[in-house]
Design a protein around this ligand. Sequence first.
Ligand code: DQA
Length: 158
Amino acid sequence: MKIAVIQGPNLNMLGVREQQVYGPMRLEQIHAQMKEFAEQNGIEIEFYQSNLEGEIVDRIQECYGDTDGIIINPAAYTHTSIAIRDAIAAVNLPTIEVHISNIYRREEFRQKSMTAPACTSSIIGFGPFGYHLAMVGMMQVLSEITAIRAAQQGAVQE
Ligand code: DQA
């Protein structure tokens, strides 16, 4: 099982930027915790961060045929990017959107996600712990897909 973690603009500044909103944890620390959990559960995991919309689109497209699921925090592009939404829809992989802060308790412009409707689900407002929840959620989604495929194959063979 292989999961791609894709982080949008300014998330490389976690631990420095607006600590009252995002807390003191750095992105490297979040990724280290995710990696540890992935290793404990036999999951292959790859991390990517970019401040550029097109690079994020490219990284999502690279997941097609290579990756089982995507955990993505599109950051500010959440609220603007039809291109990222379309890329998520195009690869059609289980995708979980994560937001560290509760975007529904913040400015009005953050309360709409362009990307979430293309995703399987969203985890919002749990701080960095949301990434851990997303991994647990992804394992559940992927095991359900595996079970459905096995049942379908069984039905074909009968
Ligand atoms: C964020 C919320 C966005 O509105 C913001 O632009 C971010 C981070 C979050 O994780 O809470 O950069 O995606």
